[in-house]
Write a protein that binds this ligand. Sequence first.
Ligand SMILES: Cc1cc2nc3c(=O)[nH]c(=O)nc-3n(C[C@H](O)[C@H](O)[C@H](O)COP(=O)(O)OP(=O)(O)OC[C@H]3O[C@@H](n4cnc5c(N)ncnc54)[C@H](O)[C@@H]3O)c2cc1C
Length: 425
Amino acid sequence: MTEPSPHNGHAFAVIGAGINGTAVAREITRRFPDSSVTVFEKSDRVAAHQSGHNSGVVHAGLYYEPGSLKARLCRRGVDLLHDYARSHQLPFEECGKLVVALNQEEEVRLRGIFERAVANGVPDVELIGPDRIREIEPNSVGRLALHSPHTAITDYAAIAHSFAEEVEAAGGTIRLNSEVVDMSVEPHGCTITSVRGAGGRSPGGRSARARGNHTRRVESFDFVIACAGLQSDRVAQMAGGAAHPTIVPFFGQYSQLAPEHRTILNGLVYPVPDPAYPFLGVHLTKRVDGEMLVGPNAFLSFGRENYSGRTIGIKDSLAVAADPAFWKFAAGNLKAAVREFSAVVSRKKFLAGAAEYVPSLEGAASKPIPRGIRAQAMDADGGLVDDFVIEQQGRATLIRNAPSPGATSSMAIAEHIVDVVAQSH
Ligand SMILES: Cc1cc2nc3c(=O)[nH]c(=O)nc-3n(C[C@H](O)[C@H](O)[C@H](O)COP(=O)(O)OP(=O)(O)OC[C@H]3O[C@@H](n4cnc5c(N)ncnc54)[C@H](O)[C@@H]3O)c2cc1C
């Protein structure tokens, strides 16, 4: 595994202990075992944000533009994750997935997705009619469906914890409650200023820094890799990156079906996605603990880390409102936003959407569970960026967009980033 590389013996800093940061740190310890790696994480735990609040689906690579980073890294990521989960006794269940078209317009779009899936090398995908739909999922209906038998589910927080344990076992450091507040990128390295608080956030949500309960450290590293998720644009700007792509947070609500509906499906059932949005639509997802979820929807979040949805994050909301690109995006998406909003305020409406392709869900009992918040990058023209974006600012490598299938792809993203760093210096 050890590479004859100039990077052995260097000091690496990784910002963010989500699944991407921990995967990158693990990859560094494997490829450059004589180097040191320090992971800075502002929260009090690993996988505190997107990596711990998602659908847990191991996407097979159906939707993505052939040749894009998403398409390539998702397929490679599935293989790596499958082998990792199996060899570490972590959950990985190939429960399969249907993407269901309900009308002619969706049928046309579904055929396009099928072509992409084939071009991306997704194994064993097929288009099936109503009878076969019923054989695979007796409670689902549709005119046409795409069947992906190898789409799987896992627990991404458990995977990220396992990566972090491996990093520590290899001599790396995971520094929780340590927020990177400044960075300067020099020709031969990077200087990082971090604030380490005792106990992370207060119950009121104030950071240790805001409470004045902190220690400040300034340290030098040879290379920095930022995997900062919802804060990735802010961290990129610390390293001298441009303001765009900026992060627009979109929350996704989930409903957990009552126990009697747990077996309503054998696997996952998704609608055909709305091409106006880079999200997959409200789907039915089996979780590895046996629970059945409906969600997530997608609506603008008034705060990047505001999981309750009951407060407004002033700093984050003002940042979105002050960005002319957001208003361009909003002007072009009003219709979709109104439709999504009706499902945000009414759980009945939310479930009714899913009942169109699983009719026995009509009137099913459910309860809300914590939402997830997606870090979705937006360009200066108000367009939502579809592909993964990884940027270099000298010795700093910055993930600027890693939405779904970012967790599926994490081990391949890590491989790719470490290759990029190794080749460019
Ligand atoms: C609702 C939802 C459903 C999803 N479903 C799926 C799915 O089914 N399958 C899939 O493959 N993907 C899915 N995704 C996407 C997936 O969760 C993300 O792509 C992935 O988790 C991104 O991981 P990350 O490590 O880049 O970011 P994160 O998990 O967000 O981690 C970033 C970390 O950086 C830390 N950080 C930020 N700024 C600083 C700083 N200045 N100093 C120190 N630390 C900092 C944060 O505290 C955070 O812990 C979903 C996402 C959401 C929100």
